[in-house]
Design a protein around this ligand. Structure first.
Ligand code: HEC
Ligand code: HEC
Ligand code: HEC
Ligand code: HEC
Ligand code: HEC
Ligand code: HEC
Ligand code: HEC
Ligand code: HEC
Ligand code: HEC
Ligand code: HEC
Ligand code: HEC
Ligand code: HEC
Length: 304
């Protein structure tokens, strides 16, 4: 076939064309060579003229350009004619179904492939609305388990309400205010996971100022304290999970003689609270340095 043909003669040509079935593995841009097409039984009487994938560009601009730019596997693994078998008017049904080649995975059982894969010539340019959940689950399963296993207001949102472009991870601060001006978008994941936002957990190195966003009183008290607890992080005591409260004995074991402990079972009876330890009231006995003395003269003030 000649490389340059007028549209009119080309259309005439198309009317009598017998399309050569090109093997899938060959590159799409193979030079067009006249070739008999004995396999095509549709027009056995006519002189067979083959149309190759290299000819398409003579009349179609967009599809070849799209495939060239972002055809991906539809460019490298198959040709135009693996999908478009024949050509009008000889063959009027030349739009393929995706299922001709893609089968065997749950994802391929979804309907409406072209709703997301809008352009078959650029198969990975995927577009979808803000209300998609079930189709995502054909490939991703842990997330729905987390969302349903830990009910929160996020459970009711569609996956694509947050992930509006495939693979994109949104920042929490797109939709929420931080707890305090000192917090940045990167801080949220210190305590929250997107698919289970109410199960607040945190690592052992979480800075105390993160807690101070909501617990200013505890923070200020600890910072002002003179006791050694001052140098500990909030999370050194309130470990891992929000609202966890430790027992003094978890770290200190049994620090005083049994006799004292049985008379004063609560550490707070003498030491006050963990954030403001040993804040003995004025008049606290100097001798209180010895717990045995303290037991005799429980003048150490209760602090609440
Ligand atoms: C000589 C010009 C010419 C060449 C070469 C040509 N086409 Fe076409 N093609 C047309 C025209 C004109 C139409 C519209 C025909 C119609 O609607 O009946 C068309 C329509 C189509 C359609 C749409 C069919 C439909 O059902 O909507 C596809 C797909 C297509 N061509 C693919 C190809 C492929 C693939 C090649 C290369 C193998 C190719 N064409 C080569 C002129 C050409
Ligand atoms: C993976 C299969 C596949 C491959 C490969 C493919 N197409 Fe298509 N093509 C389609 C499908 C499906 C449609 C129908 C799209 C729609 O309905 O929106 C289509 C539509 C078309 C159309 C008509 C609509 C339009 O965009 O103008 C033309 C022309 C066309 N293809 C040409 C080509 C050419 C040329 C090539 C090779 C460079 C090619 N196609 C490669 C699947 C394919
Ligand atoms: C003629 C066969 C054929 C048809 C029809 C076809 N595909 Fe494909 N498609 C392939 C092949 C082959 C691959 C590469 C698969 C592989 O490497 O495992 C592929 C790959 C893909 C990919 C991955 C692309 C990449 O580079 O990662 C997507 C997405 C895709 N196809 C979507 C579709 C959709 C949507 C349709 C229907 C519009 C469709 N395909 C129709 C043969 C086809
Ligand atoms: C709700 C949107 C949506 C629909 C509907 C959809 N897909 Fe997909 N598809 C995707 C997304 C998202 C990906 C992942 C792309 C990636 O890996 O980057 C994908 C990937 C693919 C892939 C490449 C990866 C793989 O697992 O093979 C193929 C092939 C594919 N889709 C074919 C189809 C077919 C066939 C249909 C129709 C039966 C279809 N898709 C319907 C969104 C959709
Ligand atoms: C055909 C399978 C397929 C479908 C359908 C699909 N994905 Fe994916 N998705 C993938 C693959 C493959 C990756 C990249 C692999 C990876 O990094 O884990 C990915 C990556 C992601 C990522 C980024 C992961 C990361 O670690 O950065 C998010 C977020 C995502 N998908 C969300 C979605 C949402 C939301 C939907 C539905 C709208 C969806 N996916 C539909 C296959 C799919
Ligand atoms: C409220 C917004 C939101 C919703 C709803 C949401 N995600 Fe996510 N997703 C995120 C954020 C943010 C991340 C980043 C990880 C994090 O912060 O915990 C993420 C991470 C991911 C990842 C990367 C791997 C991982 O688990 O960390 C995938 C895949 C993913 N989401 C898929 C989904 C799917 C599927 C759905 C629906 C069942 C969904 N997401 C619902 C916001 C959301
Ligand atoms: C695309 C928007 C969007 C993104 C991104 C998003 N959220 Fe949400 N989030 C919402 C909506 C909407 C609600 C429900 C608000 C309401 O009803 O008051 C919500 C509610 C919450 C709640 C309250 C849950 C409950 O059941 O009371 C928490 C906690 C939360 N989000 C934390 C986060 C964190 C942390 C991130 C980042 C990992 C994040 N969100 C990302 C939209 C979003
Ligand atoms: C130091 C841990 C921590 C960090 C860091 C953190 N949060 Fe929270 N967040 C919490 C706790 C604890 C709650 C629950 C408070 C309650 O029980 O009322 C909460 C509740 C929420 C809520 C639901 C209640 C409300 O205030 O609307 C949203 C939304 C939220 N956080 C968003 C964020 C965002 C956005 C970031 C990052 C800028 C962030 N969080 C960083 C601990 C944290
Ligand atoms: C978003 C605000 C917020 C953040 C950030 C926050 N908390 Fe809380 N916290 C609360 C609320 C609200 C309560 C419940 C108060 C109540 O019940 O009176 C609470 C209660 C507590 C309690 C008391 C539990 C009990 O049984 O009385 C502890 C301990 C606690 N938080 C520690 C922390 C630590 C440690 C951090 C930092 C890692 C932190 N919180 C970060 C809001 C927050
Ligand atoms: C998570 C572990 C932990 C918990 C829980 C804990 N402490 Fe401590 N405590 C420490 C550490 C560490 C020190 C500093 C030790 C040092 O530097 O010698 C300390 C020091 C002290 C001291 C000496 C203070 C000083 O300034 O000399 C007292 C008294 C004390 N703790 C009492 C308590 C009491 C009472 C409680 C419960 C309300 C408590 N602790 C809970 C870890 C803990
Ligand atoms: C040495 C361990 C320790 C450290 C450090 C510590 N706490 Fe506590 N916290 C406790 C203990 C123990 C209690 C239970 C009351 C008591 O016995 O003092 C408590 C009680 C609380 C309570 C509930 C009662 C109240 O006072 O509102 C909150 C909230 C709290 N801590 C937050 C914090 C924050 C925020 C920080 C960091 C600024 C912090 N804690 C540092 C051990 C500690
Ligand atoms: C009867 C009062 C009293 C009670 C009850 C009490 N303590 Fe003490 N404790 C003291 C006195 C007094 C000191 C010495 C203070 C000093 O040296 O400044 C002391 C010292 C300590 C020290 C510091 C020891 C050192 O070597 O520096 C720790 C830790 C401690 N107590 C923990 C606890 C814990 C935990 C409890 C509860 C199980 C508790 N105490 C109960 C009065 C008491």
């Amino acid at each position: 076939m000649k490389r340059i043909v007028s549209l009119a003669s080309a259309l005439l040509l198309l009317a009598s064309v017998a399309v050569a079935a090109e093997p899938a593995a060959k590159p799409a841009a193979k030079p067009a060579a006249p070739q008999a097409a004995p396999a095509v039984a549709a027009a056995p009487a006519k002189p067979a003229v083959s149309l190759t994938s290299a000819d398409c560009v003579k009349c179609h601009a967009k599809a070849p350009a799209d495939v060239e730019a972002k055809g991906r596997a539809h460019k490298t693994k198959i040709t135009c004619q693996d999908c478009h078998n024949g050509h009008p008017p000889t063959n009027r049904k030349i739009i393929p179904l995706c299922g001709q080649c893609h089968e065997g995975k749950p994802h391929y059982k979804l309907g409406g492939c072209l709703q997301c894969h809008k352009n078959p010539h650029q198969p990975k340019e995927i577009v979808f609305g803000r209300d998609v959940t079930d189709p995502c689950l054909t490939c991703h399963s842990p997330q729905i388990g987390q969302l349903k296993g830990n009910p929160s207001k996020h459970t009711k949102l569609a996956c694509s309400f947050c992930h509006d472009v495939h693979g994109k991870i949104p920042q929490c601060t797109q939709c929420h205010k931080a707890h305090s001006p000192e917090q940045g978008p990167g801080d949220c994941k210190k305590c929250h996971k997107a698919h289970m936002p109410k199960a607040v957990t945190y690592a052992a190195d979480t800075p105390s100022k993160q807690c101070a966003s909501c617990h200013a009183k505890a923070f200020n008290m600890l910072v002002a304290s003179k006791a050694k607890h001052k140098s500990l992080l909030c999370v050194t005591c309130h470990q891992e999970k929000h609202k966890m409260v430790p027992k003094c004995q978890d770290c200190h074991g049994v620090p005083h003689a049994a006799g004292i402990m049985s008379k004063f079972p609560k550490c707070a009876d003498c030491h006050g609270i963990a954030h403001d330890l040993n804040n003995w009231k004025t008049g606290a006995p100097a001798g209180a340095a010895d717990p045995a003395d303290a037991a005799k003269k429980p003048a150490l003030k209760k602090k609440k």
